[in-house]
Design a protein around this ligand. Structure first.
Ligand code: SF4
Length: 242
């Protein structure tokens, strides 16, 4: 292996900033990769990696020389696909965000033929739905409904929001709650109180806020009646009265 180490270092002869031999990783019976510290400026924590083949009775030959990041190297964060990086609020006017045909949150509005694996089936559904004027080709799947319900419940319109925690009453007794139809009707509605923080937003029926339609101020919180007005006749001329 000593010959192989020397051959590996010799392969880096043309490079600057080659440091100490850090170790060897055996790839197969006759193939090993030698690591050398890289002392080039800007490559802190990187290693020179030299793969050497050494057959019995033969001279070592170098297969590959590359720079590889070590544990302490500064490297770019793992790449995240654009589609997975988008968050609510990222879309600007004119931006398009297509939903995949395989998105588990959506299912065809009605069954799509004898062979669900038919790649043309989804295109046919769109065509038929358009011809019949059904409007929506897909609707929320049970999974899509569950995800929406979890998101809304955990959000600012849910029962754990700070404003709901200190609210005197719940939305299900509030006159400003607009009921919705569909599978989520039992647990959600839309707040229609223009004075409330949640106006126009989906709220859970066990959400609540201080702008509830039946909120009444306690006696001690009611505004104090104003005293009778007093005319100061020492500094103002009295008006003539009839
Ligand atoms: S005003 Fe408050 S209590 Fe009433 S529906 Fe809106 S959020 Fe719920």
């Amino acid at each position: 292996m000593t010959n192989a180490t020397e051959a590996a270092r010799a392969a880096l002869g043309g490079e600057t900033g080659v440091g100490e031999h850090l170790g060897v990783h055996v790839e197969t019976e006759h193939v090993a990769t030698h690591l050398f510290a890289c002392e080039k400026a800007g490559y802190v924590g990187w290693h020179w990696s030299v793969t050497v083949v050494e057959l019995p009775g033969g001279e070592p030959t170098v297969d590959e020389v590359v720079l590889v990041p070590g544990d302490q190297a500064i490297v770019a964060p793992a790449w995240v696909p654009y589609r997975d990086r988008i968050e609510p609020g990222d879309l600007s006017p004119g931006d398009l965000l297509p939903v995949s045909d395989e998105d588990p949150r959506l299912v065809p509005t009605y069954s799509f033929g004898d062979d669900p694996l038919d790649p043309d089936a989804k295109a046919q559904i769109r065509q038929v739905a358009g011809d019949l004027g059904l409007g929506r080709v897909r609707t929320l799947s049970p999974q899509g409904l569950d995800l929406a319900a979890q998101r809304w419940s955990a959000g600012p319109g849910g029962p754990t929001a700070p404003i709901a925690q200190s609210a005197p009453h719940r939305c299900y007794t509030c006159g400003f709650l607009v009921r919705i139809s569909g599978p989520l009707a039992g647990g959600f509605g839309v707040c229609a109180n223009g004075d409330a923080n949640d106006d126009g937003r989906v709220v859970t029926t066990d959400h609540g806020c201080g702008a509830h339609s039946e909120v009444r101020l306690a006696k001690r919180h009611e505004p104090k009646p104003l005293p009778e007005p007093v005319v100061d006749d020492l500094t103002l001329d009295l008006l003539e009265t009839w």
